[in-house]
Design a protein around this ligand. Structure first.
Ligand code: CP
Length: 318
């Protein structure tokens, strides 16, 4: 479920598909503005209270939204995995009902049941931002697209190769990039670890509508050449576990090393981090001259600021 289906007047970002084309363009333009050091003359979140709740570990996303909220003039209330009464059995529905009377925005890396999503749909005061769920990592995709815009000056027409699991980062990337004309995104994923069918269906339909191309592969032989971006993520996504005890054998061929640059000499390298050097990527690539991984991490802040600002802009103004 995305909030595009919800009758609400608060802006929520559960999925990248919650952003209209206009919203997406606006958020990315603002993220690029923030990356260039442009700041609004008045702090747009002055007087607002932003809750930051992480059930799971996070370095980048949690800090980006916390730092971003403070930089935009808000005050913070932060919760770790053991702080809320959800830990003692209170439902997420009741939690959202209570917090929506006290917070302006809740940024959360948390599991939301269908009932919790329905509760979000009925309240109209508190914006909710998905800071990564099992299904999707929408704010990572916004940071990634901000990185592409800052580096290439465009997204249209880029050719990208993603190597790794069809995880929440890959899902968000596919749902975001297939909205841009002439983008060619090839996802090379271990067999059995591809995109969820629901994500694939939406991304394929978007690609058809927007003139992008999405290709899924499950072997490392015969990859596209002369791509502009090679992207990977770590094999073990935060908060997930794999049922197959032999999954490492399946994943072993799906890693990025310097050999990929023979066929893609001008490609930049991207990684959402955290990275495990020697697993999904070799150290010479991650720390090498083509790597944008740490710029990408910095753009988590700029895109978080853009999302927070968007959340507090009145519905109907863009
Ligand atoms: N890329 C990312 O989401 O990093 P964190 O898990 O550290 O937030």
């Amino acid at each position: 479920m995305t909030t595009a289906q919800c009758p609400t007047t608060a802006r929520h970002l559960l999925s990248i598909t919650d952003l209209t084309d206009e919203d997406l363009a606006y958020v990315l333009a603002r993220a690029v503005d923030f990356a260039r050091g442009n700041r609004p003359s008045r702090p747009p979140l002055d007087g607002d209270i932003v809750g930051v709740y992480f059930e799971q570990t996070s370095t980048r996303t949690r800090t980006a939204f916390s730092s971003g909220a403070l930089r935009l003039g808000a005050q913070l209330v932060t919760y770790g995995p053991d702080d809320l009464q959800t830990k003692t059995g209170e439902t997420m529905v009741d939690t959202i009902r209570v917090l929506s009377g006290m917070l302006d925005i809740l940024v959360a890396r948390a599991t939301l049941s269908p009932a919790a999503l329905a509760e979000l749909a009925t309240q109209s005061t508190m914006s909710f931002v998905n800071a990564m769920s099992a299904e999707e990592h929408p704010t990572q995709a916004l940071a990634d697209l901000t990185t592409l815009l800052c580096h290439f000056g465009r997204i249209d027409g880029l050719r990208l190769l993603y190597v790794g699991e069809g995880n929440s980062t890959a899902a968000a990337l596919a749902l975001a990039l297939t909205r841009f004309p002439d983008v060619e995104l090839t996802l090379c994923m271990p067999p059995g670890y591809g995109l969820p069918a629901t994500v694939r269906a939406v991304a394929v339909e978007q690609a058809r509508r927007c003139g992008a191309v999405l290709t899924e592969r499950h072997e490392m032989a015969g990859l596209p050449t002369k791509v502009e971006v090679v992207y990977t993520t770590r094999w073990q996504t935060t908060g997930t576990a794999k049922a197959d005890p032999h999954w490492r054998e399946t994943f072993a061929p799906f890693h990025v090393n310097g050999g990929l640059w023979k066929a893609n000499p001008d490609a930049v390298f991207m990684h959402d981090l955290p990275a495990h050097r020697g697993q999904e990527v070799t150290a010479d690539v991650l720390d090498g001259p083509f790597s944008l991984a740490f710029q990408q991490a910095k753009h988590k802040l700029h895109s978080a600021m853009a999302v927070l600002e968007w959340c507090r802009s009145p519905v109907g103004t863009r």
